[in-house]
Design a protein around this ligand. Structure first.
Ligand SMILES: [Zn+2]
Length: 400
């Protein structure tokens, strides 16, 4: 008798050990890896994958932040699923790591964000082996540093993506514990500089009729506010609403001196299919209008923190994670917009559909970062089942 994918997903999920997950998460957070200093932990993670039977190695393009690449060969005939995560933690001090089996908790920097997720990836793969469930497609595991801003800028991940170290789809083992994010707004930080010709001078010497930079700021704020109101008037759910936010306005250095420059900084969040260049064109038009009216010179700089993306709801990885959740947790995992700018957008930019499923990250970046064994167990079970549903699988009965 051949088991269905549902039965195989459940078999694999049943082999997940909560105690091992707590231990493994504790072992992972015991090797610190603040952003930019992930080498020791990357080596530990590579060794862990090797012990699980993956062909694994360190990619040392960024010597202090090597990426880990591991591949579990499938038996053939199925698509490759990529399981991805970041190795770095925020470089903020925390009490030493601890594990408490009675209270079902691991505590320490990185427990929730996201070494618990990396431990869940390892446990999911181990559980498949223990249960004798053999994926048909490959399972590609990637882990990379330089993720957490401001030092992290995703260059490690983007390099892997550019070099096509990718699967047909990816599950990022963080966020998404209660829903399945299939879309997210993009976010860019804009900086508008306003300048006039000539040096600073006393207010009474300013005889020219044309505008000084603070007048330019006034006109710009009017235009930015009008645009922001247009955007928020569009009917959309709060997390999906396009926004234009002004966070900083700076100009002037003395009460009776005419300033030479001014700066406005803020954010613009936008939905797919809008891209950074569409947003740039929007700002340039606003600035050109003000420049024409005032004779001031205006420049826009736009830094994209993450692009907007929206997955096709028929992507097989969506169905795979939802089916796994149904099998091993029970109930539906609803589709939702992503709350934060995460790496799924980077994957999407390289044509790889990616979703999130990890532990609850409520305590991420906090002074009391921790994760429960129950969360770790659920994440590992859902990931194990997702491999079965996405890659296809067979039962190696010899193994049982
Ligand atoms: Zn994270």
């Amino acid at each position: 008798m051949t088991e269905s994918l549902e039965e195989l997903a459940c078999l694999a999920a049943e082999a997940v050990s909560r105690r091992r997950l707590l231990n493994e998460t504790y072992r992972f957070i015991s090797v610190p890896s603040p952003t930019g200093g992930e080498a020791a932990f990357a080596a530990l993670f590579r060794d862990t994958l090797s012990e699980l039977g993956l062909e694994s190695f360190l990619d040392v393009e960024f010597a202090d932040s090597p990426s880990v690449i591991g591949r579990l060969r499938g038996t053939g005939g199925g698509p490759t699923l990529q399981l991805d995560g970041h190795t770095d933690t925020v470089p903020v001090p925390h009490e030493p790591p601890s594990v408490d089996f009675e209270r079902d908790l691991v505590r320490g920097r990185g427990a929730a964000d996201m070494k618990g997720g990396l431990a869940a990836i390892c446990e999911a793969i181990r559980a498949l082996g223990v249960a004798g469930v053999r994926p048909r497609g490959d399972v590609l595991v990637t882990a990379h540093g330089l993720h957490e801003a401001p030092l992290g800028d995703q260059r490690t991940l983007r390099s892997l993506l550019a070099r096509k170290v990718v699967g047909e789809a990816a599950i990022i083992a963080e966020l998404g514990h209660a829903n399945l994010a299939t879309r997210s707004r993009g976010m860019s930080i804009y900086t508008i500089s306003v300048r006039r010709d000539g040096p600073s001078m006393h207010e009474v010497e300013w005889t020219r009729r044309d505008a000084q930079p603070i007048e330019g700021v006034r006109l710009l704020l009017n235009a930015l506010t009008a645009r922001a109101e247009e955007l928020t008037a569009e009917p959309a759910h709060f997390e999906e609403r396009e926004t234009l936010f002004v966070g900083e306005v700076r100009s002037g250095d003395f009460y009776n001196r005419v300033p030479t420059h001014a700066v406005i900084v803020g954010t613009r969040r936008y939905r797919a299919p809008l891209t950074k260049s569409d947003v740039m064109a929007e700002f340039e038009e606003l600035c050109n209008n003000v420049a024409e009216r005032t004779g001031l010179s205006l420049d826009v700089d736009l830094k994209e923190v993450g692009p907007a993306y929206a997955l096709d709801p028929s992507e097989p990885v969506i169905a795979a994670v939802q089916a796994s959740y149904r099998d091993v947790v029970g109930g539906e995992l609803p589709l939702a917009p992503a709350q934060a700018v995460g790496n799924a957008a980077d994957f999407a930019a390289f044509g790889v559909p990616a979703v999130y499923h990890g532990v609850n990250q409520r305590t991420a970046h906090s002074d009391d970062e921790h994760v429960s064994g129950a969360e770790l167990e659920r994440a590992a079970r859902v990931i194990a089942g997702s491999i079965v549903h996405f890659c296809g699988a067979d039962h190696d009965k010899e193994k049982r």
